[in-house]
Design a protein around this ligand. Structure first.
Ligand code: HEC
Ligand code: HEC
Length: 293
């Protein structure tokens, strides 16, 4: 334990306060004793008395009144600009410590290899995600998304068929294929084109459908996702960024936005629970599960 850590302003102020209080007590008590020796009580009494015991008529001394009003002024200053709202706060100190820790964390883990990211991601997944998605990430029979499939060409086809919602993009919900006038048999073509040419998946099992998929994409999906697939208009994200689909960046986006979807609600992880490196790591882990699908 460290005694008298006077580098800390709060300790220093407390100490000065304590010394002042002791000094003032001695001075005041000393003066009173001196007065008791010389002064005789000749004061006005209040009108009433009890069995001959009266009470002195004492007006509040001017000094006390002054101090009283000064304290009110000081209190207002203290509350607005001094301690609580102004400078030091425990929450601020906590946040500063978290920031310092995160800085240390990103320094230590700044150059992780792919395998190390996946390993870190798997650990994080077991702690933060498995309670809903299951320890094998299969979504526990539809309780949450099946992440062994999600992020793959197969999952693209599924999203096109069923639509998507709950990530709070300005465009709101993505309409299911039927509502967009897309025939069921055309879905694999769109999925092939998006997988191969737009997303981060970069391959497709249906190479021969890519050209047809491009036409369909440009007829339907551009309305919301734009020609380049970024879903951005003037830099603002209006719909999901398909260029990131199949990468850890898309997972990080889901974690930041949360997902109040069709089968359930996933809370946003846009808090200090996971820092950016951890989001990337858990993203790499999830993408590794569906790779090759
Ligand atoms: C009406 C506008 C609209 C159209 C048309 C549209 N989308 Fe979307 N899309 C969205 C929005 C909004 C989201 C984000 C939805 C969410 O909150 O999950 C989205 C999300 C997605 C996702 C990400 C799904 C996930 O798992 O998070 C994919 C992939 C996608 N769209 C592909 C397509 C394709 C391919 C087409 C063309 C067949 C298409 N979209 C047409 C608006 C649209
Ligand atoms: C409280 C339960 C819960 C937790 C915890 C949770 N999820 Fe989810 N997650 C869900 C549900 C439910 C869905 C499906 C939402 C829907 O489409 O209806 C989902 C969907 C997803 C999706 C697919 C999103 C999309 O756009 O379709 C990803 C990726 C995902 N979760 C990753 C994670 C990761 C990574 C973690 C841990 C950091 C995590 N989840 C923690 C419940 C959860």
């Amino acid at each position: 334990m460290q005694w008298l850590n006077l580098g800390d302003n709060v300790n220093l102020l407390s100490l000065i306060g304590a010394v002042l209080i002791i000094a003032i007590t001695f001075i005041v008590v000393g003066r009173m004793f001196a007065q008791m020796k010389t002064q005789k009580g000749e004061v006005e009494l209040m009108e009433y008395n009890w069995d001959g015991i009266g009470e002195q008529k004492n007006n509040a001394p001017f000094g006390w009144m002054l101090v009283f009003f000064l304290i009110i002024v000081w209190m207002i200053w203290y509350f607005l600009w001094g301690y609580p709202l102004g400078s030091y706060s425990r929450i601020g100190e906590y946040n500063a410590e978290v920031q310092a820790h995160n800085a240390k964390f990103s320094e230590k883990f700044k150059s992780l290899s792919q395998d190390e990211k996946i390993a870190m991601g798997q650990n994080l997944f077991l702690v933060q995600c498995s309670q809903c998605h299951g320890i094998t990430a299969d979504g526990i029979n539809g309780k949450a998304a099946n992440l062994n499939v999600w992020g793959s060409e197969e999952a693209l086809a599924d999203v096109i068929e069923k639509g998507s919602k709950g990530m709070n993009y300005p465009l709101g919900e993505m309409t299911p294929a039927e509502g967009l006038g897309i025939a069921k048999e055309d879905i694999p073509a769109i999925a092939a084109y998006v997988a191969k040419e737009i997303s981060a998946i970069k391959t497709t099992k249906n190479e021969n459908l890519v050209a047809k998929g491009k036409e369909l994409y440009e007829a339907t999906c551009v309305a919301c996702h734009q020609l380049d697939g970024t879903g951005k208009i003037d830099g603002e994200a209006m719909a999901a960024d398909l260029t990131q689909y199949g990468s850890s960046a898309f997972v990080a986006e889901v974690l930041n936005r949360g997902k109040a979807g069709a089968i359930g609600t996933m809370p946003s992880f846009n808090t200090s629970i996971l820092n950016d490196i951890q989001k990337e790591a858990v993203g790499e882990y999830i993408i590794s599960l569906s790779r090759g699908r």
